[in-house]
Write a new protein. Structure first.
Length: 328
């Protein structure tokens, strides 16, 4: 009996040693797998090709402006301008939206008029960049390296369709995750400040922010009128122009809050310069627009609490290293 007891103890000690020495499982990713359509699977070569095209000015009508002209990584894949400007110099009526986490959306543009990512890319290429897909494809096919890449990736020469598919594959990699807040939620309590922790409690509670900005993307993809068009001589109809539903008048898509601290100015019209000012506006309940969402209400956040919410939002900024490709 004594020998059996000793053997059992030895087995327990050995098991403990094996458990202690076993490598810890990798942490769960902050963001879920990116949705990928069956007709355009992700491959390393396709993503690399799309990345080259994103930074290639050949796609634009003037041959001088690439997609990056409106979407810079260090600006949260926006351009830091209040209103975006087209290649031909014309000023748009809305702010450039971020490309971060664009793959998780179910509709695109501030008013959701594009129902596929490919459709959004094609529309921006033609309208924002004054691009001619057929002309651009011919130019790319005349470049030996591009011609070889398209054959390798698609088994065919470049075309408007394959250019869009390659760009979409690259855009699906622009994921803002692994932020300080994600590390905090995984147990690294030193990753954020005490103010940020209090800000998160306000974000999910008194501030009512989480009603529309739901994790992990921190958007619910819906459209709301938050009062910003009230009093303008020509209010932007927003989603209402697409849905033809009066309830959507001047409603705009809820933006993601991932990396929001580096993607100002804020809102669809770029009318708010600072993140603190944006939080303050939302906490105030917004302007008295007759079509304003019932979710917009005075929250009673104090100045100190607004600062804490901002501290939390800053912890949602991810850090990725961008190495720009060599364009053939």
């Amino acid at each position: 009996m004594k020998h059996l007891f000793i053997a059992a103890c030895a087995a327990l000690v050995l098991a403990a040693c094996v458990t202690a020495d076993a490598p810890a499982p990798p942490p769960a990713p902050a963001m879920p797998p990116v949705p990928v359509p069956a007709d355009n699977p992700q491959t390393p070569d396709k993503i690399a090709l799309g990345k080259q095209l994103f930074f290639d000015p050949r796609l634009s009508g003037d041959g001088k402006s690439s997609c990056e002209a409106c979407h810079y990584r260090h600006l949260g894949w926006t351009d830091a301008e209040r209103l975006s400007r087209r290649v031909d110099g014309a000023l748009n009526t809305r702010h450039t939206p971020t490309l971060y986490n664009i793959a998780y959306l179910s509709s695109w543009y501030w008013d959701g008029r594009a129902t596929t990512l490919d459709g959004q890319i094609l529309a921006a290429w033609r309208n924002q960049m004054s691009g001619d897909p057929a002309r651009a494809a011919a130019m790319l096919n005349a470049v030996p390296e591009y011609a070889a890449s398209f054959q390798r990736v698609f088994g065919a020469p470049a075309s408007g369709e394959t250019i869009v598919k390659a760009l979409a594959s690259y855009l699906r990699t622009l994921v803002s995750g692994e932020s300080p807040w994600d590390r905090y939620e995984r147990g690294d309590k030193a990753a954020v400040s005490a103010d940020a922790v209090r800000g998160h409690a306000l974000f999910t509670g008194k501030g009512l922010c989480i009603a529309c900005h739901t994790p992990p993307t921190y958007t619910n993809g819906a459209f709301y009128n938050i009062g910003l068009e009230h009093g303008k001589p020509k209010p932007d109809p927003g989603r209402g122009a697409i849905s033809r539903d009066a309830r959507d008048t001047s409603a705009f898509k809820v933006p993601t809050l991932r990396s929001v601290a580096i993607s100002g100015p804020y809102f669809h019209d770029g009318s708010v310069a600072s993140l603190e000012e944006a939080v303050r506006y939302m906490a105030s309940g917004g302007r008295p627009d007759p079509n304003k969402s019932e979710l917009m209400m005075q929250t009673g956040l104090t100045d100190a609490e607004i600062g804490q919410v901002v501290a939390f939002l800053r912890t949602l900024t991810s850090v990725e290293r961008l190495v720009k490709p060599r364009v053939p």
